[in-house]
Design a protein around this ligand. Structure first.
Ligand SMILES: [Zn+2]
Length: 52
């Protein structure tokens, strides 16, 4: 499960495998699934990551 992060009153979701942060829980979970399966990141997913 993607980890929920709260920052400045907004919610973000972190992939627990690679640590990338997403605004969208669904994408964070897709990332985590991919990371767990392949032990690598999918750039099609990580391009949606954000910096907080
Ligand atoms: Zn990931």
């Amino acid at each position: 499960m993607a980890k929920e992060i709260e920052k400045s009153g907004k919610k973000y979701f972190e992939c627990e495998e690679c640590g990338f942060i997403y605004k969208d829980r669904k994408i964070a979970e897709e990332c985590e699934d991919y990371c767990k399966k392949h032990h690598a990141c999918n750039t099609e997913i990580t391009k949606h990551s954000i910096k907080i």
